[in-house]
Design a protein around this ligand. Structure first.
Ligand SMILES: [Zn+2]
Length: 354
């Protein structure tokens, strides 16, 4: 099990940095409770009948010289819908019931939420969603919780290491594309975003209208989604990075966000292999009279042909396809080589634009 595989990476990382050894019980099992509206007695307007903690982190209790891992912490501790960090029904010392003591409560909450969690980032820029923000079907959305810009994370942070290992510059990814790391999702409903890279999807205006949360690393994709998408946000009519392509001499249509990161300004991703009708219309509107190059992965030559037809039918004036030699996709080629390939193809097709 890798560390980011847990349900609540931020809490897990925090406990690990405080206690070094953390045991995970009931790995992957969700927290279960029945919520009942109660506006008379309950402080929050509802009561919570907990039937199962689900995934639980177990450490040595710091208050009673415990050496046998007797402090149990439910992964839902600190989330807004489980009454936040002040709910002591989610933490228990089975040695001496140490958390009956208000002083111990204060000091544990301080250690976990103030010291440990925030040591993962500098705190000058934090992108924070308001818990329980209303869902929208269109219009701007916010980051899914407490997120740190990649450029704000300190040295060997796993999110920086991950993008560097894939050949990208974490500072540039934040500066140009707003890529951040989600430490803690703002609600249980968005819990899958925790511990992932948050990739904003923007409209041509620059407004963030959706996001993709990418799992960092490799795992069994049948059990864990590689990308988790902002729920309820429409994506079919979006072109990734269109907002950064307004002054490029040629628009380059690629498959995925990492292809865009590799090519730089001028590339737009269709987030798949197919150009939708809405995407075609949007692309032609923004291309104005600039040429459009289709540069899909080498094994997608047939799909590239379909994309060509769709754009041609939609009225693209200057359109050409680029076939890469079998092998690496555009996202794995060095940027200078990729840009040189596009330039050469442009020269061959429309020398007046090169
Ligand atoms: Zn104890």
């Amino acid at each position: 099990m890798t560390t980011v595989d847990v349900l609540r990476p931020a809490l897990y990382f925090a406990l690990q940095s405080l206690f070094r050894h953390v045991k995970v019980l009931r790995h992957g099992e969700p927290f279960a409770a029945v919520k009942t509206a109660d506006t008379f007695y309950a402080q929050h307007g509802f009561t919570l009948d907990i039937s199962a903690w689900g995934e639980t982190y177990v450490v040595c209790c710091p208050f009673c010289n415990d050496t046998r891992n007797r402090l149990y912490v439910c992964h839902a501790w600190g989330l807004p819908e489980s009454f936040g960090r002040q709910s002591w029904r989610f933490v228990k010392c089975f040695n001496d019931d140490c958390l009956k003591e208000p002083g111990n409560r204060r000091s544990l909450a301080h250690m976990v939420f103030e010291q440990a969690m925030f040591s993962y980032g500098k705190s000058d820029v934090v992108l924070q969603a308001s818990p329980g923000a209303p869902k929208r079907t269109s219009g701007p959305v916010s980051y899914p919780g407490v997120c740190y810009p990649l450029s704000q994370l300190t040295g060997p942070h796993p999110a920086r290491q991950y993008v560097i290992s894939r050949g990208h510059d974490p500072d540039e990814l934040w500066r140009l594309y707003g890529v951040a790391w989600c430490m803690d999702a703002c609600s249980q409903a968005l819990a899958l975003a925790s511990g992932r890279l948050i990739i904003p999807l923007r409209a041509a205006s620059g407004d963030m209208v959706s996001w993709q949360a990418r799992y960092m690393g490799e795992t069994d994709w049948k059990l864990t989604p590689k990308y988790y998408n902002c729920p309820d946000a429409p994506r079919s009519g979006l072109l990734y990075a269109l907002d950064r392509a307004s002054s490029a001499p040629v628009l380059v249509v690629v498959e995925g966000v990492t292809d865009v990161w590799r090519y730089g300004d001028g590339a737009v991703a269709i987030c798949g292999k197919e150009v939708s009708c809405e995407q075609a219309t949007l692309l032609i509107k923004h291309a104005r009279d600039r040429p459009i190059a289709i540069l899909l992965d080498p094994e997608a030559w047939e799909e590239s042909g379909k994309a060509f037809s769709r754009l041609a039918l939609a009225g693209a004036k200057f359109l050409f396809r680029i076939k890469l030699r079998a092998g690496p996709d555009p996202g794995s080629l060095p940027r200078p080589l990729l840009r040189a390939i596009v330039k050469q193809a442009l020269l061959a097709n429309y020398p007046e634009f090169a």
